[in-house]
Write a protein that binds this ligand. Structure first.
Ligand SMILES: [Zn+2]
Ligand SMILES: [Zn+2]
Length: 342
């Protein structure tokens, strides 16, 4: 086999297919379990040069036909070309059952979700010029994804065979509500998607229903991190960036990061009420102040995620109507370690 940077052997029969990327994500990683029951974990956005690179890499590793394509989650950089890759290389598309609606929905339904997110952002105080730019950026990404049919709906504890190895499905909601990781118990290898990345903490999911009710993935993200602490993970292979050797340390780092941020958000909430956007400006002046539109949207999602946790802990009340959403401080924390992050 040609040992180029594109296809890197990680362990017998397991390969990383790496596509370089500019920006903080560093690269896109796809994992191939070659041999018996060939399995590909995640696929690139639907963009011909990327799909071609992936197809070439899979063939370079000696696989002509896939049995399964497992998707960690429905974001474009992990799932956009699933239908196309399946047409070219075969493979039943598999995803966690809670992620199926996003993968199978029509582009009309995706457009409607974007509109609902826009209304939500306005209610949070997000400036309308940034909202227009954010909506434009979303439109661009939607062009790099195609709906696909999920042939196998996976759940927590399922075992799939890939490259002759037993891969256990771990449901790790948070970054999206249906995010999954695959765990190869024999060698202690975790394929962690966007749940655990070496250099950044992932942004939490945000769902806004037709009635305007919303939910953040951050509370379940924290719970999913704690769940991983129970497993004997020797190495984690993320969807972006380099492998993670000290997994327990990375989990502890992420938990500590959110504990601190929770304290910062709480400090910013007044007893008269503060909008999520005001909190985002206070917490992230570097991204919210200078017009980095997409980063300010991500900052807003971070803030509302932490507000959800503070609400669950009884430390703030989120008051909302059709026009606006504000957080009101209820009481002082008993101690710094109070609550679900403690
Ligand atoms: Zn993602
Ligand atoms: Zn990603």
């Amino acid at each position: 086999m040609e040992k180029s940077g594109l296809v890197q052997p990680l362990a017998p029969g397991i390969f990383r297919i790496e596509i370089p990327l500019q920006g903080p994500l560093q690269n896109l990683n796809y994992y191939l379990f070659a041999g018996e029951n060939p399995l590909l974990l995640d696929v690139p956005p639907l963009f011909e040069p990327l799909v071609e690179v992936l197809e070439r890499a899979v063939r370079m590793a000696g696989v002509e036909k896939l049995e399964r394509i497992v998707l960690t989650h429905a974001h474009v950089d992990h799932s956009g070309s699933a239908a196309e890759v399946s047409r070219r290389l075969g493979g039943r598309i598999c995803a966690h059952k809670e992620e199926v609606w996003r993968l199978e929905r029509s582009s009309e339904s995706a457009r409607e979700e974007v509109l609902r997110l826009g209304i939500f952002a306005k209610r949070c105080g997000f400036p309308s010029d940034r909202l227009r730019e954010t909506l434009e950026a979303w439109k661009g990404w939607r062009g790099m994804t195609e709906r696909c049919s999920v042939a196998e709906r996976l759940r927590e504890g399922d075992v799939v065979q890939g490259g002759g190895k037993r891969l256990r499905v771990l449901h790790t909601p948070g970054h999206t509500f249906g995010h999954l990781c695959l765990f190869e118990e024999g060698e202690g290898l975790l394929f962690s998607g966007d749940h655990l990345i070496r250099s950044i903490t992932p942004n939490p999911d945000l769902l806004v229903g037709e009635d305007g009710r919303w939910d953040s993935g951050l509370p379940s993200y924290v719970a999913s991190l704690k769940k991983l602490e129970e497993f004997d993970i020797r190495l984690a292979f993320p969807g972006h960036g380099r492998p993670i050797g000290k997994v327990k340390r990375r989990i502890a780092f992420n938990l500590e990061h959110h504990r601190r941020r929770l304290a910062d958000v709480w400090e910013g909430v007044s007893d008269k009420g503060t909008t999520p956007w005001e909190l985002a400006l206070r917490l992230f002046p570097q991204v919210c102040g200078d017009g980095l539109t997409m980063d300010s949207w991500l900052a807003l999602r971070e803030v509302v995620g932490h507000l959800k946790i503070l609400e669950q802990e009884g430390r703030v009340k989120i008051e909302e109507d059709e026009e606006r959403i504000i957080a009101v401080r209820l009481r002082r924390a008993v101690s710094d370690t109070e609550g679900c992050l403690g």
